[in-house]
Design a protein. Sequence first.
Length: 488
Amino acid sequence: MTVAIGHTATARSQALSAPLSRTLRFLPFLLILLDVAVVALATGVASFLDDPMPWFDPTSTADLASRTTGPLVTLGWILVIALGGGYRRQVLGGGSDEYKRVLNASLTYTGILALVLFVSQADVSRGLFLLIFVIGVPSLGLARWGARYALHRARSAGYLGLPVLIAGSPEHVDDVHGVLDRAPWLGYRVIGAVTPPGDATTTIGGVPVVGTTDDVTLAALRTDAQLILFAGGSSATAQELQEKVWQLEERGIGVVVAQGATGIVNDRASFRPVGGLPLMHLGAPAWAQATKLGKRAFDLVGALALLAFFSPLFLFIALRIKLHDGGPVFFSQSRVGRQGVPFRCAKFRTMVVDAEDLLAALHVATGYDGGLFKMEDDPRITKPGRWLRRYSLDELPQLWNVVRGDMSLVGPRPPLPHEVAQYDVAARRRLHVRPGMTGLWQVSGRSNLSWEHAIRLDLYYVDHWSMLQDLHILWRTLGVVLLGRGAY
């Protein structure tokens, strides 16, 4: 049975691996060409805006747009991005790390070029210098977003898939497979599982078992897998896992280790060898930075600006709700904030006035057993409430909660008190930061997410917070809200 499954997996992987290896191998090179074009164009546009005459006057010279200096500036910028890891295949196509590397490299290059120009006393206009980076940095970000969008569309359509085996216990395999299945744009095509020795031919989730964790390399070679993803239960010891990784690397097979296999957040880890023993040092958790003044200032300024911008919409929504049934415009509900402190969360009312009284009956009718309660066709929702929820307009009053300091623009979903009562030790980490109006849960499926998946996303945010990730989530939220995906 295992051999038959292996042949099936081989046929599937061969259909994917042939175009994949060629296309993805050249992906960094294609991005380099794209960035060269963007930076060259930004340099040319900046030179023209600063002084358009050198382009038409053959007797004039333009320092940064000349035949020699312009290409050097462009190539230097690309080189710094490359040294900063902006073209590493591992960071391309997902997460905010790619944008972070490009931004940090661009800022570094700005300082380097400014120092070079100062030391060399080059006759360069300050306006030209600023224009190059004011135009170039956003253009690079926009170009990367366009390239990522095209890559995601291709992967979602079934192209450029990477044949993957998941190694671990059946439960962990199904858990990881569920995450990858909900994110086809990542390009991971799961062709099988490698589990501890047993008689099972498939996991409970339906992933075919093609080998055992005792010999991961053999299973990878037999199925032509290009990447092995180690999940929890894949190895009994760290040394065993290391030996498996060595064997796979020797055969050119990619390796990814899920955090659950080690329990350590890699962003916090740094290694220092002591007597030949590499010791892992953990830095301050990311959530500690998410409580600093910078994020709070960003929240306050952003919330006040959005309140002013949406004030006419507030008036329209209030009139629409009041004219519908004469009930109150706002609905206030107790939620749990940072460090477990309760607060009153404001929303536009989208349900009938006695919605809370009907909740117990709905719990019984739907078999609710804990977690977040959501119904796709909740009978308590009013007519104006449906379009308010579809586009998340009912949550706009939470901007006032942001101003008050109860919430943040971006963060974990604000939980109900009875949800917090069910938290285990891991889930309580969500309470280290302020809950947000939007977050990874909002841009990853909203109401379509399971309770466990929503918790996982919130914990990832808490452990990997960065200001750039907040900006990325806000940008993605705009698209999710406009399309009304996953809202009910």
